[in-house]
Design a protein around this ligand. Structure first.
Ligand SMILES: [Zn+2]
Ligand SMILES: [Zn+2]
Length: 143
């Protein structure tokens, strides 16, 4: 089974993910852009049981970015870690930037391209979606 690990910039917080990641998307929504200070957030959805903190959970800070979405980040170095969903506690959103290894799957599309940064041009051929692709939509998103 795939085992992945990740950590924050100061390395005070570390985590482990077991098993395959869900679909990986580059999210261009304005909240992800602002949270990461970047053109987009590359993220996957996993099941909560696949994830565990292995170090430094007491260093976490949390921020409700919308009614149901909680952003977890390192209170020491500010690294953006996971998103959890009050209305869907079985799911976690993880950014790939903190991983120590390459997962088996790769980004398969761009989402929330409707709010993409005007200064960033998508130059690959991956599918582009204005919001969340498919039906089981919005709750998964980090808005
Ligand atoms: Zn840190
Ligand atoms: Zn987003």
């Amino acid at each position: 089974m795939q085992k992945l690990s990740g950590r924050c910039l100061c390395e005070g917080i570390a985590y482990e993910i077991s098993g395959e990641l869900g679909p990986i998307f580059n999210c261009h929504c304005s909240k992800c852009r602002r949270w990461h200070g970047a053109a987009f957030r590359t993220r996957a959805t996993i099941n909560a049981q696949q994830f565990r903190w292995t170090r430094g959970e007491e260093l976490l800070s949390r921020y409700h970015s919308s009614e149901f979405v909680v952003k977890h980040f390192c209170s020491v170095c500010g690294s953006n870690l996971i998103s959890t969903y009050d209305n869907d506690p079985e799911k976690i959103g993880v950014p790939l930037g903190g991983l120590d290894q390459a997962p088996h799957n790769a980004p398969e599309g761009h989402i929330y391209v409707g709010s993409k940064s005007p200064w960033f041009t998508i130059t690959d051929d991956l599918p582009q979606h204005d919001t969340w692709p498919g039906s089981h939509a919005k709750v998964r998103e980090t808005r």
